[in-house]
Design a binder for this molecule. Structure first.
Ligand code: ZN
Length: 252
């Protein structure tokens, strides 16, 4: 009996050496930098909705206690079904976003401005659709589905949340220094992450501090856009692209 393994060679799986491999799970592709982009609404937008209940609010946006829940609709553009950039250097990049029919108070507190939903801005401003009647959840569904595959101009920004319900990420290089100072062994993964300037889940298990960051915060000292910033609590935070404004179409 021989212990030599038998190479059966049932299949030949080869990846050419000269192609770009797709990104691996867990790798981090830099997100869309803040700016104005033309996006295409997915052709299958009719499948990307979700109905949910909301507590009714008064004209100042405060929840009415004991009010009967109101049904709303939201369209969820996910990593698998994103809004996709059309044209320019970011052609083909995706944006995950949720756009809902929940009215929100706009403008200054105490002003008489009506509460307006993001979906209303999408329809009226970006799609320039001022004729479709929308009010009910069903009308909203029909109105947005009618624009499947259409183009919209949106301004995106970055948002970061130092979440109190998750263990924070810390700079791997700082963790190496902390371990060395304490005369503790430095795990090989931490060393490797430190060499590439990466971050790791806080080995001490500390959670985030709850502070939120916006586009203006994702800048370096020179004012250039960065996608990772240090929170005051010591966490390393990534910025996630978000819709900041529904822009009118660029004509001409
Ligand atoms: Zn923090």
């Amino acid at each position: 009996m021989s212990d030599t393994p038998m190479f059966r060679d049932d299949v030949v799986d080869t990846i050419p050496g000269d192609i770009d491999l797709p990104p691996q799970m867990g790798s981090y592709a830099p997100p869309l930098p803040p700016g104005g982009y033309l996006f295409r609404i997915p052709a299958n937008v009719a499948q990307l909705y979700e109905l949910y209940d909301e507590t009714p609010k008064d004209k100042d946006g405060n929840e009415i206690a004991g009010g009967k829940p109101i049904q709303r609709i939201r369209f969820k553009f996910t990593r698998e079904h994103p809004l996709v950039v059309v044209g320019g250097p970011h052609d083909g990049d995706g944006l995950a976003a949720t756009i809902s029919s929940s009215p929100r108070k706009r403008g200054k507190k105490g002003s008489d401005a009506p509460s307006v939903a993001d979906l209303t801005y999408l329809l009226r401003e970006s799609l320039k659709d001022r004729t479709t009647v929308v009010g009910t959840t069903k009308q909203w569904y029909a109105a947005i589905c009618a624009h499947a595959g259409h183009l919209v101009q949106l301004k995106t920004g970055l948002q970061g949340n130092c979440r109190q319900d998750n263990v924070r990420y810390v700079d791997a290089a700082a963790e190496v220094l902390r371990l060395q100072a304490a005369n503790l062994p430095v795990p090989i993964e931490v060393q490797e992450r430190a060499q590439t300037g990466g971050s790791i889940e806080d080995p001490q298990g500390t959670k985030g501090c709850g502070v939120r960051y916006y586009t203006k915060d994702f800048k370096d000292e020179k004012g250039a856009v960065v996608f990772e910033i240090d929170c005051d609590c010591g966490a390393v935070l990534r910025g996630f692209p978000s819709i900041e404004q529904f822009l009118p179409p660029i004509t001409g």
